[in-house]
Ligand binder design. Sequence first.
Ligand code: GLU
Length: 509
Amino acid sequence: MERRVRVRFAPSPTGPLHIGGVRTALYNYIFARQNGGDMILRIEDTDSRRFVPGAEEYINESLAWLGIGIDEGVREGGAYGPYKQSERRDIYREHVKALLDAGKAYIAFDTPEELETARQEIPNFQYDASTRGNMRNSLTMPAEEVERLIADGAQYVVRFKIEPDREVRVNDLIRGEVVVNSNILDDKVLYKSADDLPTYHLANIVDDHLMEVSHVIRGEEWLPSAPLHVLLYEAFGWTDTMPSFVHLPLLLKPVGNGKLSKRDGDKLGFPVFPLEWHDPASGEVSSGYREKGYLPEAVVNFLALLGWNPGDDSEVMSMDDLISKFSFSHCSKSGAKFDFKKGIWFNHEYLGKTDNDTLATLFMPVLAEHGVAGADPAYVAKAVGMVKGRADLVPDLWTQGDFFFKAPESYAEKDVKKRWSADTPRIMEELIGVLEGIEDMTSANAEEIVLGWISEKGYHLGNVMNAFRLAVVGACRGPHMFDITELMPKEEVIARIRRAIKEIPAPEK
Ligand code: GLU
């Protein structure tokens, strides 16, 4: 029988979710939807020293913003909960005990100092079959002593007993079969008595099994842990339900070599986090895609193509397109360069396609930042509709369309020089009269009347129209002039021409 597809995104709440983690979540979500499966969000918070307040909320908010839906999780509930590892201590304790009882794990009392000494005395020391016989653990100590130490409250760890000289096979859907010799693995710590908590490895495997995870889709940085995970599945006797592994390629720096880091973003001016993050300890603020004015659909589209391609030349793809086209066979093994400029390009494409009302809503906070309060949403929608084709990010709508909301404070010098001649003030006065006489300011009608007047008077079309634009916009830029004057109240247009006549010094004849 085909196994039900169940995947999990399993972040540790140790800080803001990195953009690479977002891509992992996205691929999990896409794969779940494509197969009619379940998407689980599991919070891996067993390392209490690295817990950061606000990180879990940040994860939830980021996924919601991007449209990455969760079927089972802390908030969603589900039949396999709890979905937060710190609430599953009893489960882990029971499983650690099972491994100990079966002789697949052992108790070790070595102190950090003793381990350090071993490291100094033995070259390339690794706690494994070749060294464990010389260490202080339940394999080398009499059972009574082990019991006595535990009864006395001595701190210990439980280590996984890895059999030497085994070939461990990891079945990876991107990389094929990865084979490693068990000699390179150390007897990993699975549990620490000090905080009565399992380590990542144990909790991760136990939960993947109990939650019936069918595919483990995660970043390449976890590939070295996969052989250990396979051995744990075996040790528990769960080989039949071992998930398929999928290790996604690393995200690489846009320029140069190596892994993408926050520093690359700071240097080149792009965010590496989905949402703005305010570090609770340092107060440092890191920029986010949402606050920078990216659209979630654009971020999703951009991230989906970092490490996967659709096999044809499609670029702009909705979540539904991605769900229908996605396949691990088109994922690459090698790292994906984080081409943030491509991300900007995607945003430009999506901005241009977004309906004006939606854009207006996104633009309102930008207007407020520029001191524009109480703008009529219908007016804003029409204004952004005229300039959205020229914008990459939401704040660019301001750079492109600021004049819809405030009169020019200055006039572009080079345009003045080129277009404002000694005659211009007089012609602009005349234009005011023409505009005052127009009843219907719709674009085509106003255009016909104004151009008719220009040609009747024998004026230079380019000079008059550019002076008109200079007066209303402040520079020779922006959408079609009569589209602007259709939207703007006529009194405002006229007031701006009057102001320009007054403010722009007319050159000598
Ligand atoms: N908690 C791990 C992380 O933060 C999960 C890795 C995995 O998916 O197995 O990425």
